[in-house]
Design a protein around this ligand. Structure first.
Ligand SMILES: NC(=O)C1=CN([C@@H]2O[C@H](COP(=O)(O)OP(=O)(O)OC[C@H]3O[C@@H](n4cnc5c(N)ncnc54)[C@H](O)[C@@H]3O)[C@@H](O)[C@H]2O)[C@@H](O)CC1
Ligand SMILES: Nc1ncnc2c1ncn2[C@@H]1O[C@H](COP(=O)(O)OP(=O)(O)O)[C@@H](O)[C@H]1O
Length: 601
C-alpha cells in the first residue's frame, strides 16, 4: 500500500483499467462474474461482498444522477416536465450504475419517462445490474419502455416503434416484442441499431452504460451500430458512465460528459469522444489504497479544505500573504488588472501591483484595494528596465509571506524581456516566483534559483520545452527546470520538479531523504478535471496567475499544494459560473463572483 492519499487527501490515484479491476475486486471482494450471489430463484445472497458492491453501485448511480442534473444547469436545467431518458445498458457494473441513475431521475421527476436498450439482452444482466433493473421495474413500470429486451437479436420493428411513439399507444413497460434475425457476428450490420430509435421526439439525456473498464477492443459491430444510431439522435446531454463505450475505437460512444465513478481510469484521459471528464469521488480510497504507486492523480475539491474553515483570529494582513505583480503593457493593460483582481479575491492580505505608469490612476480608481505602483515605461508603453529599483524598495518592506507574479500582459518588447531576466537573477530564491504568459521564455529558465511556478498553456509549453505536451514531457520539463509546472488546458496537469527542500510535502509517500531528485518518470502528475469550456476566453489564465500568486504568498513553502488549490478553485468557480449563466454570455472577470460559492458547495 503506497499512494499519496494519506499525505495528500486532496489527490486520488488514477488507475488503468487493469489496476481498477484488481483494486475493486479487493475492496468489494471479488468479481461479480465469478460469484454465485444470484440464486436461481432470483434472490440475491446477502454476502458481505455483495452488500458492499451493491452499496457502491447505488452510490455510483446516485452520484451520477446528481452530477448529470448539475451539469444540465449549464444549458438551462433538466427538462423535468417532459424529459425523456435513453439508457443503453450492457451487462455489468456500468449498466447497473446507469439503471440506478435512471431510477434516481425518474424518482425525482414524475413527468419524466425512460427508454431502455439492453444491448446484450436482459438475461445477460449480471446480478447487481439485474437487481437495479428489478428495482426500476417495480417502481416505475408505467414510465418505462424497453426498446430491445433480448439484445440485438430481438428488437422492435421500425414500424412498431414509430407508430407507438407517435400515437402514444405503447404501454410502457409491457411492450410486445417481435423477434428478428440475429445480427451476423462480425458481419456488416451498421444500420441495425437505428431500428431502435425511430421514436421521433428528442431525448433530454442519453446514459451510456454499455461498456466500462472491462471493455477490450475491438468493438463488436452490433454494439457499434447501436452507438452510432444513438449518436444520430437529438440528445441534450450524452453521458458516458465511467468510460465512453468502445473507448477510442471507431464507432465508440461520443459523450458530452464522461463521469468516472469511484476511480478515474487512465484510459479516459485524452479521449476526445469522452467529452468533459468528471470524477465522482465515492470514497473508495478512504480506507483502501491500490497496491501500485500511481504516478497520476486527480485533484479533488478536498484541496480547498484549508480555505473553508475559520481564519486565524490573530492574523494580520501580512500573515495572509502579500502578492507582488509585475504585469501589463500599453498593448495588454487588462491582463494586469485581471491578475490583480483575482489575487485580491482569492484571499491575499495585500497586493502590490507594478504596472506601466500611464494606467495607475485609472486602475486605482477601479480597484482601490490594490497598491498600484507606476512603473517607468518604454516608448511603446511596456515596462522599462529602469524601474527595477521599485521592486527592490517594496520587497524590502514586505513580510515573510510573499510571492511574485510576473507576466500577464507584459508583451514581448525586448527591453521588458531584459527586465524580467534581471528581476529573476536578483530576486528568485528570495520568494516564490510565478512566471506566466510572455514571461514564459526559455532563456529565463536558467536564471531562476528558488521556488518557481510556471503556468504555460499548450502553446507556451511547446515554446518553453520544445516538446509536445504530454505527461512524460511535462515530467521531464518540470524536473529539468526544477519548478512546479502548471500545464493548462481542458484538463490542467500539474507536476512538481522542484528539489525537495522547496516542497517536502510534494513527494507523497517516499518523503524520506532530502535534497536529491527522483527520476522524472516517478514524478506524480496531478490532473484537474475541474472547469470547462466556459474558461475558453481571454483572461482566464490571467485570473489563474493571480489566484496561484495569492496561494503561494500564503503558503510559500508548499508550492505544489498552493498551485493545485488555485487550479481547483478556478475550475470549480468556472463550473458554478456556467451553471448560473451558461457558457456564452459571460465576462471573464465574472468568474471571481463564484469563488465564494465554489468554497461553499
Ligand atoms: N485583456 C487582456 O489584456 C488579455 C491579454 N492577454 C495577453 O495576451 C498575451 C498573449 O497571450 P497568448 O496566450 O495569446 O500567447 P501567445 O500569443 O504568446 O501564444 C503562444 C502560442 O500558443 C498558442 N496558443 C495561444 N493560446 C493557446 C491556448 N490556450 N492553448 C494552446 N495554445 C495556445 C498560440 O497560437 C501561439 O502559437 C499575453 O501577454 C497575455 O497575458 C491574454 O491573456 C488575453 C486577455
Ligand atoms: N475547454 C476548456 N476546458 C477547461 N478549461 C479550459 C478550457 N479552455 C481553457 N481552459 C482554461 O482556461 C485558462 C486559459 O488560460 P490562458 O490560455 O493562459 O488564457 P489567457 O492567456 O487568455 O489568460 C486555463 O486555466 C485553462 O486550463
Amino acid at each position: 500500500m503506497s499512494v499519496g492519499t494519506e499525505t495528500e487527501p486532496w489527490a486520488q490515484p488514477i488507475l488503468s483499467a487493469a489496476e481498477v479491476g484488481e483494486f475493486e475486486a479487493r475492496i468489494f471482494g471479488g468479481d461479480e462474474t465469478q460469484t454465485r450471489e444470484w440464486s436461481a430463484s432470483g434472490a440475491l445472497a446477502r454476502s458481505a461482498s455483495s452488500a458492499k458492491a451493491w452499496a457502491a453501485m447505488q452510490a455510483a448511480g446516485r452520484a451520477l444522477a446528481d452530477a448529470v442534473l448539475r451539469d444540465f444547469e449549464g444549458i438551462g436545467g433538466f427538462p423535468k416536465n417532459a424529459g425523456r431518458l435513453l439508457v443503453l445498458v450492457g451487462k455489468g457494473h456500468n449498466g447497473g450504475d446507469a439503471l440506478i441513475a435512471a431510477e434516481a431521475i425518474l424518482g425525482k421527476y414524475p413527468s419524466v419517462v425512460a427508454d431502455f436498450v439492453f444491448v446484450f439482452g436482459e438475461p445477460a444482466l449480471r446480478p447487481l445490474a439485474r437487481r437495479a433493473w428489478l428495482s426500476l421495474q417495480t417502481r416505475f413500470p408505467e414510465r418505462m419502455q424497453v426498446l430491445a429486451r433480448r439484445g440485438l437479436s430481438e428488437r422492435v420493428t421500425t414500424h412498431q416503434s414509430a407508430h407507438l411513439a407517435v400515437h402514444g399507444e405503447v404501454k410502457r413497460g409491457s411492450r410486445h416484442m417481435e423477434p428478428k434475425a440475429p445480427l451476423a457476428c462480425g458481419g456488416e450490420a451498421p444500420t441495425a441499431g437505428s431500428e431502435f430509435f425511430t421514436t421521433g421526439a428528442p431525448y433530454a439525456l442519453c446514459l451510456d452504460g454499455v461498456f466500462g473498464f472491462q471493455f477490450r477492443p475491438p468493438l463488436d459491430s452490433g454494439t457499434a451500430s447501436v452507438l452510432a444510431a444513438a449518436g444520430a439522435l437529438s440528445v441534450g446531454l450524452r453521458a458516458a458512465v465511467d468510460l465512453p463505450s468502445g473507448l477510442g475505437e471507431a464507432g465508440a460512444f461520443r459523450a458530452d460528459f464522461t463521469y468516472a465513478t469511484g476511480v478515474l481510469k487512465r484510459e479516459a484521459l485524452g479521449l476526445r469522444n469522452a467529452g468533459r471528464l468528471r470524477y465522482l469521488d465515492l470514497g473508495f480510497f478512504k480506507n483502501a489504497n491500490p497496491e501500485s504507486r500511481s504516478a497520476e492523480r486527480v485533484i479533488t475539491a478536498e484541496v480547498l479544505a484549508p480555505l473553508r474553515g475559520w481564519r486565524d483570529p490573530h492574523s494580520d494582513k501580512r500573515a495572509q500573504g502579500h502578492v507582488f505583480v509585475l504585469a501589463g503593457s500599453r498593448e495588454y493593460p487588462g491582463a494586469a488588472l485581471m491578475c490583480v483582481l483575482a489575487a485580491l479575491r482569492s484571499g491575499a492580505g495585500l497586493v502590490t501591483a507594478f504596472v506601466p505608469e500611464a494606467f495607475v490612476s485609472s486602475f486605482a480608481a477601479s480597484v482601490p484595494e490594490a497598491i498600484w505602483v507606476g512603473w517607468p515605461e518604454t516608448p511603446n508603453g511596456g515596462l522599462a528596465l529602469e524601474g527595477e529599483y521599485l521592486l527592490r524598495e517594496r520587497l524590502a518592506r514586505a513580510g515573510e509571506k510573499r510571492a511574485l507574479v510576473i507576466g500577464p500582459g507584459i508583451g514581448r518588447e525586448r527591453e521588458t524581456q531584459v527586465l524580467v531576466g534581471e528581476v529573476l537573477k536578483t530576486y528568485s530564491g528570495e520568494l516564490p516566483v510565478l512566471l506566466d504568459a510572455d514571461a514564459l521564455q526559455p532563456e529565463f529558465l536558467e536564471k531562476t534559483r528558488g521556488p518557481l511556478v510556471l503556468t504555460p498553456h499548450a502553446g507556451e509549453f511547446r515554446r518553453l520545452s520544445a516538446a509536445e505536451p504530454s505527461d512524460a514531457s511535462l515530467r521531464d520539463f518540470a524536473q529539468r527546470v526544477g519548478a512546479v509546472v502548471v500545464l493548462k488546458g481542458p484538463v490542467t496537469r500539474v507536476c512538481d520538479g522542484s528539489p525537495r527542500r522547496d516542497s517536502c510535502l510534494n513527494r507523497g509517500v517516499s518523503g524520506e531523504g532530502s535534497g536529491e531528485r527522483e527520476g522524472a518518470s516517478a514524478l506524480p502528475v496531478y490532473h484537474s478535471l475541474l472547469g470547462g469550456p466556459v474558461l475558453a476566453r481571454g483572461g482566464t489564465g490571467d485570473l489563474l496567475a493571480g489566484m496561484i500568486g495569492a496561494q503561494l504568498a500564503r503558503e510559500p513553502s508548499a508550492i505544489l499544494e498552493a498551485s493545485c488549490r488555485a487550479v481547483a478553485w478556478h475550475g470549480l468557480a468556472a463550473e458554478a459560473l456556467e451553471r448560473a449563466q451558461g457558457a456564452e454570455t459571460v465576462r471573464t472577470t465574472e468568474l471571481l463572483n463564484y469563488l465564494s460559492l465554489a468554497l461553499r458547495s
